[in-house]
Design a protein around this ligand. Structure first.
Ligand code: SAM
Length: 224
């Protein structure tokens, strides 16, 4: 039985990759990627040539069967996502669960730790982070109101993700429930246009609107 390596990759800056991650990517038989074009850029930079299979949220059950077949044939496989640690708010999570369910303890799943946007954002927030609550993405419709109400009730520092399409709406709704509580919005961490906004949700939104609302966001809310 082969081994599955869960390999964290950069969240922007391609230099943010560990020596061990590069070694694993060079040595596996196959790499499973969320978007092969994104991963190809990383592989090109480090001159790694490997078969790349795509794995995303719309992948069918037959794809999982094919992947499991490869393990049964003794192949070692690396799973990467478009950015950061696979399985953390991305489709890798479903695949890892399915493989664990099908193969149980027969398969060795090895973490190759590295970047993660939530942890990178927390690390510069200057908010208590001995314990914190990570909430992934706010739901688009069902459960959205409860999502924000729960944040208001949470005593620990809270972190969640948001896209450029919804950040304005999200900060407006957040502001309504948390009022003056301090937040930090991290935009495009490790990339050319990395920007950190600090203040209340309303203040951050005002600053953000002055810039172009582009990029990827991690929002951190200070503990009560
Ligand atoms: N697995 C990834 C991780 O370990 O961070 C997260 C994947 S999730 C699909 C992508 C979201 O993470 C983006 O929409 C954004 O909210 C956040 N994100 C990813 N890269 C980021 C960056 N460079 N700066 C800020 N947020 C980022």
């Amino acid at each position: 039985m082969g081994t599955l390596f869960i390999v964290a990759t950069p969240i922007g800056n391609l230099k943010d990759i560990t020596l061990r991650a590069l070694e694993v990517l060079k040595n596996v038989d196959l790499i499973l990627a969320e978007d092969t074009r994104v991963t190809q850029k990383l592989l090109l930079k480090y001159e790694i040539k490997k078969p790349l299979w795509s794995y995303h949220q719309h992948s069918k059950l037959t794809k999982i069967e094919q992947i499991i077949n490869e393990f049964s044939n003794g192949k070692n496989i690396a799973l990467v996502s478009d950015a950061g640690t696979p399985g953390i708010s991305d489709p890798g999570g479903i695949l890892i669960q399915a493989i664990r369910e099908k193969l149980g303890n027969d398969i060795n799943i090895v973490p190759i730790p590295g970047p993660n946007a939530a942890i990178a954002a927390l690390s510069v927030a200057g908010f208590p982070a001995d314990k914190f609550c990570f909430l992934g993405f706010p739901p688009h419709k069902k459960g959205r109101k409860t999502f924000f109400e729960n944040i208001a009730k949470t005593e620990e520092t809270v972190v969640f993700y948001e896209s450029k399409y919804r950040i304005e709406k999200t900060l407006t709704e957040l502001s309504r429930v948390i009022g003056e509580r301090k937040i930090m919005v991290a935009r495009e961490l490790t990339k050319q246009f990395e920007t950190i906004y600090r203040g209340t949700a309303k203040e951050c939104l005002e600053q953000l609107k002055k810039d172009k609302i582009l990029g990827e966001f991690a929002v951190v809310i200070k503990s009560l």
